[in-house]
Write a protein that binds this ligand. Structure first.
Ligand code: PMP
Length: 293
């Protein structure tokens, strides 16, 4: 059975799925996206991701391309067609096809909606057992990283640097030498006192849906959290570190810029949060969240 993807109203064999060369996403990065994990058939924080999609679109003066319940249906239909219960779902909305010009087009064909899925082997990953390495790089993005735009060139370059240095993720650092976030994840450390530290979600970072879920879970577990900036130097001294995202889930970090973190093995608090997060997605920890603006 060939893999299917969704393009503007149709389920299409993945190899034939395409948009026009004058799509404004392709030409101008005029669009936004979301990634949602499906774990054991449960869409992780679906509501939070769809709320954030709507919010990103509204920052670009765009509406949802289809009704929210249609989008929910399409994602499930795509999972069904691809026979997936553990999957990543990618949703991209652009301002659509129009003659190339910078301002919003007066005569557009309407937005483009593309959805793809791929299998997600979230458990038994060696990175969960061994932890991963991170390198820091300058944060070279625009001033609105809180919008989940498809303009990802700074993150492409950051991740490439990470790969070249044998690392899994790049943590980006602002002009004041504070870590903003990972190239595609939120950045966390655990202090000696057992407190979680992650940057405050202003317009400097993407407010991760997974980050919000971890905040809720850590409250239930009575783990302290400080929302504040930290430097790479502080992270080298942390007892644990981890990244969160819909794809990384809660990924333990054991090395930052060549500095061993804690014992050099995935930390206890990190692994507990990972286990609790999986239970949460599976509905064993109360209701999932909407996205807090
Ligand atoms: N920051 C950035 C820059 C990201 O790209 C992502 C993942 N899309 C995140 C944080 C984590 O967000 P979420 O937990 O909603 O996947």
């Amino acid at each position: 059975m060939p893999r299917s993807s969704y393009v503007n109203g149709a389920y299409i064999p993945h190899k034939d799925a395409s948009v026009h060369i004058e799509d404004r996403g392709y030409q101008l990065a005029d669009g936004v996206y979301e990634v949602i994990a499906c774990i054991h058939g449960h869409l992780a924080d679906e509501r939070g991701h769809l709320d954030r999609l709507q919010r990103s679109l509204s920052e670009l003066d765009m509406n949802m391309p289809v009704q929210r319940n249609s989008l929910q249906f399409i994602m499930r239909e795509l999972l069904r067609r691809n026979r997936l219960s553990n999957a990543n779902i990618y949703i991209q909305v652009t301002r659509g096809e129009a003659k190339r010009d910078f301002p919003y087009p007066a005569n557009s064909m309407g937005p483009s909606l593309v959805i793809t899925t791929w299998p997600f082997q979230f458990d038994n990953q060696s990175k969960m057992e061994e932890g991963v390495k991170v390198v820091t790089v300058p944060d070279q993005r625009w001033k609105r990283p809180d919008i989940k735009t498809i303009a990802l060139l700074p993150q492409v370059l950051a991740k490439q640097k990470a790969v070249e240095q044998g690392a899994y993720e790049a943590w980006m650092v602002d002009n004041e030498d504070f870590v903003t976030e990972g190239a595609s994840s939120n950045a966390w450390i655990v202090t000696r006192a057992g407190t979680l530290v992650t940057r405050k979600a202003t317009t400097d970072i993407l407010r991760g849906v997974t980050r919000t879920a971890i905040d809720k879970i850590r409250k239930d577990l009575q783990i302290e959290m400080e929302e504040r900036s930290f430097t790479p130097a502080e992270s080298y001294e942390a007892v644990e570190a981890f990244s969160t995202s819909a794809v990384a889930l809660v990924t333990p970090i054991i090395d930052i810029d060549g500095h061993k973190i804690g014992s050099g093995k995935p930390g206890e608090v990190t692994m507990r949060l990972y286990d609790e997060y999986i239970s949460y997605v599976n509905g064993l920890r109360g209701e999932q969240l909407g996205w807090a603006a």
